[in-house]
Design a protein around this ligand. Structure first.
Ligand code: SAM
Ligand code: DTB
Ligand code: SF4
Length: 337
């Protein structure tokens, strides 16, 4: 095995990525594993906790999302949580073994009046020694800078799918809008967390285009969440999937996508995100083999259920996996020694 992709390559072509997808499955997973162990600690998977700090009532029309006002999901719109309650949840997450705390808000973009509370949340969660991440929609440059100054390690903003498929999923903001926010996050010096959803009825070519768009950003995202669509009744895509169950992403194709992501973005954290609850232990094990090295733990994601802390502890035990401390937290601990 002597396949070593150059580090930091951002000139991948679609053909090269399509060729990786076409490899025999076992060869692909073996190559991805080889890349993985060259760049990441073996058998370590980061545990992240997700908290919805502002739920529902979102003006965007993302076809997969329960929180959009366009969805008929029965979700009640709530106000932004107060910073004290967020801090309590972060303390609980840390006590349960999480190294990373991700706060999500159902907004098109944050309002100025919400900024002080958001900055306080970042600073206080960070002071607990947790890696911090937020996903709040589109950002202006000065908002990105203030979040970075408060100590935000990662900003999550997904492209979700290929540029070609994007308008089939979301119409209220463009692919370019997403790239603009990512640029502002990078310019502010934060780590970019950017990925998408598999199983929205997209083709293999869309999955190629999706990974190509990520791997050819000016810098590969430091973090790549890969979600399997969680079909939610009342959302456009959830209802389609309910009627056409065969549109659900095949487990082997999901694992292939993880493996190709690992090969084309060797240094990124690859996060096995939504949809894990409906994956078998063996599928998850193959995702870890193929290079996934972070999961959301706990019994909730934003509005849907998750595999749960105990189920993850049992799985880690079975697989001999240990919990990884976040890179940013680890780097700071070393610097303080
Ligand atoms: N409002 C913010 C935004 O969209 O930028 C942040 C929250 S949003 C829920 C974060 C990501 O979660 C989405 O971009 C999407 O990739 C993922 N997501 C949302 N609903 C999902 C679902 N039903 N299944 C899988 N992934 C989902
Ligand atoms: C991401 O890509 N996945 C996480 C995180 N970023 C914020 C969100 C998953 C949400 C799943 C659906 C829900 O619980 O509403
Ligand atoms: Fe709003 Fe984010 Fe849901 Fe889209 S994914 S509807 S932006 S909360």
């Amino acid at each position: 095995m002597n396949f070593v992709p150059p580090i930091g390559r951002t000139d991948w072509t679609r053909d090269e990525i399509a060729d990786l997808f076409d490899l025999p499955f076992l060869d692909l997973v073996a190559r991805a594993h080889d890349v993985h162990v060259r760049h990441h600690p073996e058998n370590e998977v980061q545990l992240s906790t997700l908290l919805s700090i502002k739920t529902g009532g979102c003006a965007e029309d993302c076809g997969y999302c329960s929180q959009s006002v366009s969805a008929d999901s029965g979700l009640k719109a709530e106000k932004l949580m107060d910073a004290g309650a967020v801090l309590d949840a972060a303390r609980e997450a840390k006590a349960a073994g999480s190294g990373r705390f991700c706060m999500g808000a159902a907004w098109r973009s944050p309002k100025e009046r919400d900024m002080p509370a958001l900055l306080q949340m970042v600073a206080e969660v960070k002071a607990l020694g947790l890696e911090t991440c937020m996903t709040l929609g589109m950002l202006e440059g000065d908002q990105a800078e203030r979040l970075a100054d408060a100590g935000l390690d990662y900003y999550n903003h997904n492209i979700d799918t290929s540029p070609e498929n994007y308008a089939n999923v979301i119409t209220t903001r463009t692919f370019q809008d997403r790239l603009d926010t990512l640029e502002r996050v990078r310019a502010a010096g934060m780590n970019v967390c950017c990925g998408g959803i598999l199983g929205m009825g997209e083709s293999r070519a869309d999955r190629v285009g999706f990974l190509h768009a990520l791997a050819t950003l000016p810098e590969a995202p430091q973090s790549v969440p890969l979600n399997a669509l969680v079909p939610i009744a009342g959302t456009v895509l959830g209802d389609i999937l309910k009627d056409v169950p065969s549109a659900r992403i095949d487990d082997i194709e999901f694992i292939r996508t993880v493996a190709v992501a690992r090969i084309v973005m060797p240094e990124s954290m690859v996060r096995l995100s939504a949809g894990r609850e409906s994956m078998s232990d063996s599928t998850q094990a193959l995702c870890f083999m193929a290079g996934a090295n972070s999961i959301f733990t706990g019994d909730r994601l934003l509005t849907t259920g998750n595999a749960g802390g105990n189920a993850d502890a049992v799985l880690f035990d079975k697989l001999g996996l240990i919990s990884m401390q976040g890179d940013t937290v680890r780097a700071e601990a070393i610097a303080a020694e």
